[in-house]
Design a protein around this ligand. Structure first.
Ligand code: PBG
Length: 327
């Protein structure tokens, strides 16, 4: 009888050896948990298209942030739903804006959680676009001026890191300059460098009430067909002073994560976005997949592709699984 000399299965035949040779391990310190803050009072409201994810009013926010901290998750990223929207999104640089209030509260009550702010305008503008709209399109350079005001206000109110997500040209440099001039040299920038015009953001736009009122975001977010262009965006952001590079979405862009990791020495973050979350939740609810194992597999694949950290709506769930020793 023929028999193989080399047998790969030897390293798979018992749990002990499988653990020893495992190349990629999910860890609590990989996780960033998104948190939605709503201006209304007294609400903890589940997002219909994102079961298990909630919008919190300021009075309910602290319990949630403490729970995240107690699970061992190092960081959160904040998204705001403001009372006041206007054509430029001025709530974003108002000291009494929703994010500013949330920052002050979290820094007072839970100072040990690391707080990142999403820096954008779409949740704060009446038209739902990510900047100042002139003649039906977002004006890049006018938007940069408002981005500067927004980041300085976030920093002044306690943000530990800012994450610009609007895909404006020159945004990282503008933000770095504004932070430095205001004395915030120590605040890092996590740039949404390769952010694609993706249909996977659908549930988030329900959650954050940020769908564009007209048109779409294809004049500023990237074409999903392009990977080399993503590398160009990354190199530009590195030159402009980014501290961490982000690829978004994650699951359909594992090749981009891999290639970005190869061309930069900066840490790489991947955003496992709302649609990626909701698809798994929906299939799990229908009993069509083993939800827990799929979550683990998806996040592991994102890390295996090269992500050093992952923004994910599964953060709390995964932290619980890790803390129970189930993976
Ligand atoms: C922009 C922003 C968006 C997401 C994060 N930041 C929405 C968009 O670009 O339309 C989407 C995140 C997700 O889908 O989970 N403020």
């Amino acid at each position: 009888m023929e028999f193989p000399l080399l047998r790969a299965r030897r390293l798979r035949n018992k749990e002990g050896i499988r653990r020893l040779v495992r190349e990629t391990k999910l860890d609590l310190s990989d996780l960033i948990c998104p948190v939605f803050v709503h201006y209304r009072e007294g609400i903890k409201e589940e997002i219909p298209s994102m079961p298990g994810v909630f919008r919190y009013s300021l009075d309910k926010l602290i319990d949630e942030v403490k729970e995240i901290r107690d699970l061992g998750i190092p960081a959160i990223i904040l998204f705001g739903i403001p009372e006041h929207k206007d054509h430029v999104g001025s709530d974003t640089w108002n000291d009494e804006g929703i994010i500013q209030k949330a920052l002050r509260l979290i820094k007072k009550e839970v100072p040990d959680i690391y707080v990142i702010t999403d820096v954008c305008f779409c949740e704060y503008t009446t038209h739902g676009h990510c900047g100042v709209v002139i003649n039906g399109d977002v004006d890049n350079d006018l938007t940069l001026e408002n981005l500067k005001k927004q980041v300085v206000s976030h920093a002044m109110n306690g943000a530990d890191m800012v994450a610009p997500s609007g895909m404006m040209d020159g945004m990282v440099k503008a933000i770095r300059t504004a932070l430095d001039e205001a004395g915030f040299h120590h605040i890092p920038i996590m740039a949404y460098s390769a952010k694609f015009a993706s249909a996977f953001y659908g549930p988030f736009r329900d959650a954050a009430e940020s769908a564009p009122a007209f048109g779409d975001r294809r004049t500023y977010q990237m074409d999903p067909a392009n990977a080399r262009e993503a590398l160009k965006e990354v190199l530009l952001d590195v030159e402009e002073g980014a501290d961490i590079i982000m690829v978004k979405p994650a699951l359909s862009y594992l090749d981009v994560i891999y290639r970005v990791k190869e061309i930069t020495l900066l840490p790489v973050c991947a955003y496992n976005v709302s649609g990626e979350y909701s698809m798994i939740k929906a299939a799990g609810r229908l009993g069509w997949i083993d939800e827990k194992r799929v979550i683990w597999e998806v996040l592991t694949s994102i890390k295996r592709a090269g992500a050093d950290m992952i923004i994910t709506y599964f953060a709390k769930e995964v932290a619980k699984i890790i803390n129970r020793g189930e993976i």
